[in-house]
Design a protein around this ligand. Structure first.
Ligand code: SF4
Length: 243
């Protein structure tokens, strides 16, 4: 096991309720290889920046909240946590010794050659599939979905749980054919416990402005409730656990 690896941390949320089961300590790691048009954390993209913390420093902080995290655990998010795979692997190993459940919240943007151990060790994987169509995925994030799909295959082989996340964006992924293709693709995967269809929002727009970067989706609306219900229905009609 590596010993007290340091990582670049963007921020911490001590009582997260959205990124995995129960109440969770969310560690947002700095740096991401993707460039999603709708990124709500553009300030987390730059690598080798942020606050440097060691695995032991992080876990010493986590244990202060242990009583609140009993039905939950730790989620490593970002940015892209798998960009710092050695840090994540050591943190998972040591967190398991302390009795914590650890989830990884990933865009699936890293190749298995660098993140396989983390994918194998995570108790839960929150996997963002930007688009099932490779070209659309490239248009949205700057990279195709091949790494994400290989990661999903590995979790299936391991029989370890995955929650899929998919952002529904008018003009991009809010499209019946696209959503049907994604639902059909996911149908055989027994490891998929849950599919979260997330409506596109512009809550991070101001960060792009602050960074003086162009926000391409300025004119894109948020999907309506009706549009989201129809999108979810495509998955429910296939008996997929979508919401
Ligand atoms: S994967 Fe997440 S952090 Fe990275 S660019 Fe996309 S939305 Fe932003």
């Amino acid at each position: 096991m590596p010993n007290n690896t340091v990582g670049y941390v963007h921020s911490i949320e001590t009582f997260g309720a959205l990124d995995g089961p129960g109440i969770r300590y969310i560690l947002f790691l700095q740096g991401c290889p993707l460039k999603c048009l709708y990124c709500h954390n553009p300030d987390a993209l730059e690598t080798n920046s942020g606050t440097i913390k060691s695995v032991d420093e992080v876990l010493n902080d986590v244990v202060r909240y242990k009583s609140f995290l009993s039905g939950g655990g730790i989620t490593l998010s970002g940015g892209e946590p798998l960009l710092q795979s050695d840090f994540c692997e050591e943190l998972i190993d040591k967190a398991h010794v302390l009795g914590f459940h650890v989830a990884i919240d990933t865009s699936g943007g890293m190749p298995l050659s660098v993140c396989k151990n983390v994918i194998e060790k995570a108790d839960l994987l929150l996997l963002d599939i930007k688009a099932i169509d490779a070209e659309l995925c490239r248009k949205i994030s700057g990279q195709d979905n091949s790494n994400a799909l290989k990661i999903l295959n590995l979790r299936e082989q391991l029989k370890k749980p995955v929650w899929i996340r998919h952002v529904v964006v008018p003009g991009l992924t809010l499209d019946k054919n696209h959503l049907t293709a994604l639902a059909d693709y996911l149908m055989p995967f027994k490891c998929v416990e849950r599919i979260d269809l997330l409506p596109f929002h512009k809550l991070g727009e101001y960060k792009w402005e602050n960074m003086k970067r162009k926000y391409e989706l300025w004119d894109t609306p948020t999907p309506t409730n009706e549009e989201m219900k129809e999108a979810i229905k495509i998955f429910l009609d296939r008996r997929l656990p979508a919401n």
